[in-house]
Ligand binder design. Sequence first.
Ligand SMILES: [Ca+2]
Ligand SMILES: [Ca+2]
Length: 438
Amino acid sequence: MKAVTISILMALCVVLVLPAAAQTGLEPFREIITDYYADPYQVNISTMPPLSSIPLDDPSDGINWTIVDLPKPCVSGDGGKTFVMVSRGSSNNLLIYLEGGGACSDYITCKLTPSVTTLNATNCGYCNLAFFGIFDKANPLNPFRNWTIVYIPYSTGDVHSGNRVMKYYNYTSNPNENITVYHVGFVNSVVTMRWLANQSSFDKIALAGSSAGGYGTIANFYAARTIFNKSLVVINDAGPGLSSKVIPQFMYETTNVTWGYYQNFPTPALQYVKDGELLYVVQYVFDTFNNDSLYCLYENQQDYVIGTQFLGYEPNDFREVLLNVTSEIKANYPDNFCRYLPLGLSHTILASPEFYTLTTYGVPVYQWVADLLNYQISDVIAIPGDLNGDSSVNFDDLISTLNLILTGSYDINADIDLNGLINFDDLIGVLNIILAGG
Ligand SMILES: [Ca+2]
Ligand SMILES: [Ca+2]
């Protein structure tokens, strides 16, 4: 399956080194239809129902969603109507969740996976999809059990950041084939947040998102902090805010133009971007609001979907960039920025059952999140070969690896070659780490 993916990506790259496809984009195969789609702060929200009219959701029987339509000009990526889902909780706390689901910035990437630009909603929205992980309200371990949860579906291909309408032409065969995409995720999310802020003053506010929704937390952090006018906790689930250096569709220069997100940030915010890495922008929010909010990232260090499929890195090269960028932000804002970085090729966790089972060095993910909501932050970063979490790789870890082999057990921190099993190769791998200085 990996080989297939890589060959698809290689095919894309071959196509994209055609002379017309300069690094700045695919002009003339891209056309801006509407430069700035809508000012989300001017959209009339008075047609939306009062939050208090939405039934209180009893958590004991699981989550029950209520659909709330977003007013025009909010639209899905194909121009159709769009909505949010609400589960109203008994506490006065609010979680806003940004759904994931890929990204696109040209004909190929938008057309090949229609779900990127189309809301695939059943008559109950996503109610039959979103009930694992943080949406499993029946689970007593769920830190959001009694919270009001607002789920913002994703179909705009723009990681919830955009405010632009684009037309993309088929540059591989028939240029008369084209697709129009409403990259207006930022309009939808800001309208949703304005509606909520207009309802009530909440005690605690959290903004979270998975994958594309994780990237979306970067684009919406400043807006959320401004609209609610109070501190908040942001949990970015596997949307590390890094850009590709080799895949033209997902380079910073490309997405900034096709989604037009630069229009949605205050001008000084994007001056924080370094080397095309958007994650640095969270520092602007810390600086602007006296470090009163938290921004924390969950991400697998070799996340195959983000690191390899979208950004084009070898897994361990992605790991290096991820650690470099996040360590710099951590050094700058030790009390506001934190990370939970397991080893492995996996992707998201917030909407998965693994939210309750994955543990790194004795810290379960759900506990790490629960602590964040109480403004207690911690960095949990797995080190290859360090099985006991003492931040060094030494003889104890070698013995532990040997024990794993003898008992047929598994620990990803000992799986040096990430092949899903612990064997002699990993023992040599741990030994080499020790010999290299631990
Ligand atoms: Ca150790
Ligand atoms: Ca192995």
